[in-house]
Design a protein around this ligand. Structure first.
Ligand code: SAM
Length: 351
């Protein structure tokens, strides 16, 4: 999807703040002043912007869309997940249920240390906050790429505010609301900006905020420390899978369990839905992703001596493959049709 020709990247921040700000009148004025809309559309825009409720699905979609446009340097940080931290943690719970794990059930998180592997550059602390308020003793958020400072701190404060305002919505375990609130409030720190800016500048590689640690270097997590590890939309981005699996092996306990959600679609498709979700199979171009097929990824995990189980939760409709008149490139032609159509897989990893 192209950027509006009248909108220069320099004023995107301002535009972004207006779109998501509370004062919709100034947003409309800005759009008008910059010739981005004309007077005859003002009524529709007013309706549209007032319907933009924070954290609604469309809000997240637009939010992430604009962030992508603002930041052309996202390349090394991977595609932004359009899922909110709450969606992600609900999926983790779902994964733990389909694999019959007791994680998130009565008191099962107590005494355990969790890891959000590849926690994201925009909301690096969101999932960690939710895991922590849901009873884990300590949670590591590992993000190797430079975080987006403003977004990281705004999104963290925002999620804490949401949890404190609506604790029941964020209770995805059986923890008491009273304890969930105590835990959420313990994460409110007055020096968040300073802590994150030291982290952002690289002065420190580990920041501790109450029961959460944000690390940019996995070496800072000790051996045999992690009881439960999670990742969402990460393993399809990792370039050196063997190294990352070795690191995961080092930091996890012998009885640890991991839940990893992998999205195998061509990620360009999310930004430009006019291209095929399977485009990489025809042009071989890998946009931020590593391009591994499900069986290739699974073989790497198995070779690294993990026991693995999987569930495919979403597939691409078969007609998308069969209706395409192009031939698959040789790189992907040996794979079965059903494998190429796997879209989202949930994996359980054990040692
Ligand atoms: C699409 S983001 C997902 C972020 C977050 N988990 C979420 O769902 O919002 C992809 C993440 O993959 C991780 N990643 C990409 N390449 C990596 C690599 N070579 N090694 C380790 N992690 C990597 C980064 O942490 C990046 O934030």
């Amino acid at each position: 999807m192209g950027m509006h020709p009248k909108l220069k990247s320099d004023n995107f921040h301002e535009f972004y703040n207006l779109i998501f700000g509370v004062n919709k009148e100034s947003s409309i004025k800005y759009l008008l002043d910059h010739g981005l809309i004309d007077n005859s559309h003002v009524g529709n825009w007013e309706k549209h912007l007032s319907a933009l409720k924070p954290n609604s699905p469309i809000w997240f979609e637009l939010h992430d869309h604009f962030k992508m446009k603002i930041d052309s340097q996202i390349i090394n940080g991977g595609h932004i997940s359009s899922k909110s931290s709450l969606d992600i943690i609900r999926n983790y719970k779902y994964a733990s249920q389909i694999f019959n794990s007791k994680i998130f059930s009565a008191n099962s998180n107590r005494g355990k240390i969790a890891l959000d592997f590849g926690s994201g550059v925009y909301r690096p602390l969101g999932v960690a906050a939710l895991l922590y308020v849901n009873g884990f003793d300590h949670v590591y958020a590992y993000e190797p790429f430079p975080i987006k400072l403003d977004f990281a701190s705004i999104s963290f404060n925002e999620i804490l505010k949401n949890i404190i305002d609506n604790p029941t919505d964020y209770n995805i375990s059986t923890i008491s609301i009273e304890e969930l609130l105590i835990r959420a409030k313990s994460l409110l720190v007055s020096n968040l900006g300073d802590l994150l800016s030291d982290f952002y500048s690289g002065n420190v590689k580990k920041v501790r905020i109450g029961g959460i640690s944000l690390v940019s270097d996995i070496e800072l997590i000790q051996d045999n420390q992690i009881d439960v590890h999670f990742s969402n939309a990460v393993l399809e981005h990792v370039s050196d899978m063997e190294l990352n699996l070795d690191q995961l092996r080092r930091i996890t306990t012998a009885t640890s369990i991991g839940f990893h959600i992998v999205d195998f679609l061509d990620h360009r498709y999310y930004d430009d839905p006019t291209i095929s979700p399977l485009e990489k199979y025809y042009d071989g171009y890998l946009d931020e992703i590593n391009g591994l097929t499900p069986s290739e990824l699974e073989n790497k995990i198995i070779e690294n001596k993990w026991k693995i189980r999987k569930i495919t939760t979403q597939t691409v409709p078969q007609q998308i493959l069969t209706n395409d008149s192009r031939s698959l490139i040789s790189r992907y032609s040996p794979f079965s049709e059903s494998e190429l159509l796997e879209h989202i897989n949930f994996y359980e990893l054990k040692k």
